[in-house]
Ligand binder design. Structure first.
Ligand SMILES: [Zn+2]
Length: 191
């Protein structure tokens, strides 16, 4: 737990180091439990990050700069974009509903001052738990579901997605996977 808190602080420092007058999209994987790098965390992150890049491209939104960082929080993706942060947040909420795996993606948007744009600010309801109908926060707070059950659900959904999307899976997962693996690595891409 302490390690995760430290990583969250590092993540904030990473965001601050990138801060300028543009908005920032931050991708992290929404893995249950303390171990955020457990299988299939990396595959989920790869799919999530590639989906963000694909959707930004579809909407003709230019990425100024992007950074990927492999940490104990799992794979992290940061994207700097000159665009209205509210519009970006709406797009990211759509991405978080794109397929059966997108519930395992946490996509946050920060404005140019580093302030997080919440669902509440857009009058939207909080995210749902991926097991029951309650909110994710509620279930996490009272630890309503055993971690094993949650992790089992992640793996089941992942296998299901892989079976249903053979073509798209290989296309989506490759670019980031070639550059990472389950080890500490950091690289920056400037466009
Ligand atoms: Zn629940």
């Amino acid at each position: 737990m302490k390690q995760i808190l430290e990583q969250r602080e590092k993540l904030q420092a990473l965001r601050s180091s990138l801060r300028d007058d543009s908005a920032l999209i931050q991708f992290t994987v929404n893995m249950p439990g303390a171990n955020k790098t457990i299988y299939p965390s990396y595959e989920l992150a790869s799919l999530g990050i590639n989906t963000i890049i694909k959707d930004l491209y579809i909407y003709n939104i230019e990425i100024k700069n992007m950074m990927f960082h492999n940490s104990t929080l799992g794979m992290i993706g940061l994207f700097k974009i000159n665009e209205d942060p509210y519009l970006l947040k709406r797009l990211c909420i759509e991405i978080e509903c794109e397929n059966i795996l997108s519930k395992y993606w946490d996509i946050d948007v920060f404005n140019e001052s580093g302030r997080k744009i919440s669902r509440k600010m857009l009058q939207l309801s909080p995210r749902k738990c991926f097991i029951c109908e309650k909110t994710a926060k509620e279930c996490a707070f009272i630890q309503a579901h055993p971690i094993e059950k949650l992790l089992q659900q992640v793996v089941l959904d992942f296998q299901h997605f892989k079976c249903m999307n053979e073509d798209c899976y290989s296309l989506l997962s490759n670019p980031i996977l070639c550059n990472g693996g389950y080890e500490n690595e950091k690289y920056i891409t400037n466009r």
